[in-house]
Design a protein around this ligand. Sequence first.
Ligand code: FAD
Ligand code: UDP
Length: 386
Amino acid sequence: MFDSIIIGAGVAGSVAARELAESGRSVLVLEQRGHIGGNCYDEPDEHGILVHRYGPHIFHTKEQRAYDYLSRFTEWHAFGHEVVANVHGKLIPVPFNLNTLHMVYDEAKADELEKKLIEAFGEGSRVPVLKLREHEDPQIREIAEFVYENIFLHYTMKQWGQTPEEIDPAVTGRVPVLISHDNRYFQEPYQGMPLRGYTAMFEAMLDYPKITVLTGVDARTRISIREKEVLLDGAPFAGEVIYTGPLDELFDCRFGRLPYRSLRFDFEYFDQEDFQGHSVVNYTVSEDFTRITEFKYLTGQKAPGTTIVREYPFAYTGVAGEIPYYSIANDANQALYERYRSLLSGVPQVHLLGRLAEYKYYNIDAMVLKALELTEKIKSTREVRE
Ligand code: FAD
Ligand code: UDP
C-alpha cells in the first residue's frame, strides 16, 4: 500500500514526507504524540494565547533554501529576536555585545575596552567565551571572566548539570560574545515566526493527497526492524523507512540508554497586558529555571492577558511522560550511538534523520536542509514503485 514510512511528524519527518510524496510515493507518517509538529508544536492555551508547548521556537537562518522551503507553507511574522539576562536584577542584552559592555562598565573603561576588543578581533566578529578567556591581554580576560561568571556558568550548570568547560564547546559557542552593537540573539538575515504558527505550517506541509498521517501511534507497535528486513504489521516492507525518534528506543535500549537532557515547562497565565516586557529573559545567576518566555512578544499576538513559560532542566531518565530534548555530545555517548547505529547495517532502506535519530543539536533550518538532502539521495537511488 505505502512506498515509504516516516516515523515522527516533527520538522524532519514532515519535510521528508512532503518531498517523498511529491516524487510520487505514497507515504505513511506515524507519530506517537496526539499531534504533528514535534517540538515546534504550538496551540492556543485556554486563554487564547498561542503558546509553544515544548519551549520557545524562533526560526532563524542564513540559508535562503531553508527559508524558501518553509515559505511554501507559511507567511512570516518577521522580527529580530532579542534576549536579555537578569543579572542580580539588572537586565542586560545577551549575547554579551558592545552595548552590554557599556552597561556593565563605566563610560571611560567601556570605551577603552571596546577599542581593545575591536582591535583584537575586528568589528562584527563573534568570539566564543571560552576563547576569550584564553586571551593574552589581562583586560580582555577580565571581560571574559565577567561574561563567564554572570552569563554562562550558572545557566549552563542548570541546563546541562555541567560547567561550560565540561560540555562540548560548540554548545556555548552558539552564543558568542559579539563585537558589535547588535542586540539581536541571532544575526542571520531570515528570522521570525510562521504567521499563523508552526502547527498550521506543518499542517499545510502534510496536507497532500499521497500523505497519510496517523497520530497517537507508536511506530514500534506497527514496525519491527530485524537484522536484514523490515516488517510492517508483520509483513515484509521493502520501501524506505525514515526514523526520526531516539535510536536507542528503536532497539529497546538493549545497550543502555543514550543520555539526554530534558525540560519541564511550567506555564502561567496573567490577567494583565504584560509580564516582563521581553520575549525571553534568561536567569543567568539565580533561580532554578533557565529562562522565562512571554509568548506575545514572540508571536506579535495582541490580547488583554499574557502567558509565560519557565523552563526547568533535568536529566532524562526514560520514565513515561519524559521527553528527550537535548543530546549530550561527548565521545562515550557518540560511541554508544554508533553501537546502536551498527544494528542497522543490514537494512540500508532504514534512514536516521533528525535531532533525536542523529543524536545532534540541530536547529530547525538545519533540519529542513538535512531532510531535503536525504530525500534527494533517496529519490536519486530508488525508483518509485509502479
Ligand atoms: P522532533 O521535533 O523531536 O520530532 C520527532 C518526532 O518523532 C516527535 O514528534 C516524536 O513524538 C516522534 N517519535 C519519536 N519516536 C516515535 C515512535 N516510536 N513512533 C512515532 N513517533 C515517534 N530550533 C530553532 O531553529 N529555533 C529555536 O528557537 C529552537 N528552540 C528550541 C527550544 C527547545 C526547548 C528545544 C528542545 C529545541 C529547540 N529548537 C530550536 C530545535 C528544534 O526543536 C529542532 O531542530 C526540531 O524540532 C527537530 O525536529 P525533529 O523532527 O528532528 O525532532
Ligand atoms: N548559555 C548560557 N547563558 C545564556 C545563554 C546560553 O550559559 O544566557 C549557554 C548554555 O550552555 C546553553 C548554550 O549556551 O545551553 C546554548 O544556548 P542556546 O540559546 O543556543 O540554546 P537553545 O536554548 O537554543 O538550545
